[in-house]
Design a protein around this ligand. Structure first.
Ligand code: FES
Length: 165
């Protein structure tokens, strides 16, 4: 892919938003904008990052593509495959596990008819296991798109899942 092609894969709007983040860091620290830049591009792309988009972000920030790949593949908040319209992440780390997260996840899997890591056939929900969501005080915790939900019971999970379009 040529330099121009790598750049043009990012929309004008995404580049403007990334530029806004870049103003927060010294010019030689463009790498600091990598996490928000990947979020911006992922959101614009229906919730997932293709290899071309990851490389486009790296190119735009002037960093090696491998640095962007490392971040995109390390954090579970980035998806590298197409996802459903809503992402539901169930924390299964220790505090949530002790408060029934495994049972909650099993319940959600059976309610939706999919396993963690899968998307419902209608494209409505992608269900994922997550590492600690930093909401341990409200275990078990679930993140739906960008929103946190705490002390989730199967009944609450039903309501939350059924509300998603
Ligand atoms: S262990 Fe679940 S939010 Fe921290």
């Amino acid at each position: 892919m040529s330099s121009q092609e790598k750049l043009s894969i990012l929309s004008q709007a995404a580049r403007a938003e990334i530029d806004h983040w870049l103003t927060k860091y010294p010019p030689e620290q463009k790498r600091s904008a990598l996490l928000p830049a990947l979020h911006i591009v992922q959101d614009e792309n229906g919730g997932w990052l293709s290899p071309e988009l990851i490389e486009g972000v790296a190119h735009y920030l002037g960093i090696p593509p491998v640095a962007a790949y490392e971040v995109a593949t390390f954090y579970s908040m980035y998806d590298l495959q197409p996802v459903g319209r809503n992402k539901v992440k169930v924390c299964t780390s220790i505090s949530c596990m002790l408060r029934g997260a495994d049972e909650l996840l099993a319940y959600m899997e059976s309610h939706l008819g999919i396993k963690a890591g899968e998307t419902t056939p209608d494209g409505r929900i992608t269900l994922k296991k997550a590492e600690c969501l930093a909401a341990c005080g409200g275990a078990p915790a679930v993140m739906i798109n960008r929103n946190y939900h705490e002390n989730i019971t199967p009944e609450k999970a039903n309501e939350l899942l059924d509300d998603l379009e």
